[in-house]
Design a protein around this ligand. Structure first.
Ligand code: HPA
Length: 262
């Protein structure tokens, strides 16, 4: 049986259709995860769901215990995580409501505990050439094609500290650097998952035009509205992924620590 972890972002605090639900409170050496892990099954796949901001959305991006969240998944035996998040779009051609399968990262966060290896367990430098699991990315893209839910392939995610939104000069500079979308939670999730040899895939819903691209002031309600209106598409996509994901991984994420330790 395949087992998949899902991290739900803004506007996604539960997964409908989970059967045999139970809630698991997990203790970690890094403190408390954002919430209990909701476990259940959809078809033949065991699903473990965690709302990143807590089920009442009371944890802001810079206060999320990213290490505890990812460690909790590892403790529950998860080898693959699909991480869902809201983003603002920078690149021309993207628009609110689009679903984007991320493939690169530019990390602009500043305050976060971004490794499990602070020295006691040895010094570790994981390879991050491809921040997202290439196999999971392909599974997502092919699933979208099969069920005709359009997904955009090939976006670079700029991770910012938040919780404030960006200035228009910041967005302009991210655009020059090659950023396509901007969000507050994608890092250090991706690299922490790699350190624990978990496959990680970033699925982002474009919630708004980023600062300066939109003529209007950005509002939280437009972000929430875009997330809610994309939920149906997202659900169809996830259902197809669950139905087709092979039980065994073929990627190299499971060997990330090989040749990474000093
Ligand atoms: N900037 C940063 N994070 C976001 C945005 C944005 O415009 N929209 C949704 N998350």
């Amino acid at each position: 049986m395949s087992k998949i972890g899902i991290i739900g972002g803004s506007g996604l605090y539960e997964i409908k259709g989970l059967v045999h639900k139970s809630r698991k409170k997990i203790k970690t050496p890094f403190g408390k995860p954002s919430d209990e892990y909701l476990t259940g099954e959809i078809g033949d796949v065991k699903i473990i769901f965690l709302p990143r901001h807590g089920k009442h959305h009371d944890i802001p991006p810079h206060m999320i215990n990213y290490r505890a969240n990812i460690w909790g998944f590892k403790k529950l035996g998860i080898e693959r995580i699909l991480s869902i998040s809201a983003v603002g779009c920078i690149k021309k051609g993207l628009k609110p409501g689009d679903i984007v399968i991320l493939d690169q990262v530019i990390d602009m966060t500043k305050s976060r505990r971004s490794t499990f290896y602070d020295g006691k367990e040895g010094v570790v430098h994981i390879d991050f050439t491809e921040p997202y699991c290439p196999e999971l990315r392909q599974i997502m893209i092919m699933a979208g094609k099969r069920i005709k839910v359009p997904v955009k392939d090939g976006s670079t995610y700029v991770a910012v500290e938040g919780p404030r939104l960006e200035s228009s000069a910041e967005i302009k500079s991210f655009s020059i650097l090659g950023g396509d979308v901007v969000g507050m939670t994608g890092m250090p999730e991706a690299s922490l998952a790699r350190e624990l040899e978990i496959c990680y895939s970033g699925i982002s819903v474009v919630a708004n035009y980023a600062a300066g691209i939109s003529k209007n002031r950005l509002t939280v309600s437009e972000v929430m509205l875009a997330m809610r209106s994309s939920t149906e598409k997202l659900k169809l996509l996830l259902k197809e992924v669950f139905a087709t994901v092979p039980a065994k991984r073929k990627c190299t994420c499971g060997e990330a620590l090989k040749e990474a330790k000093i």
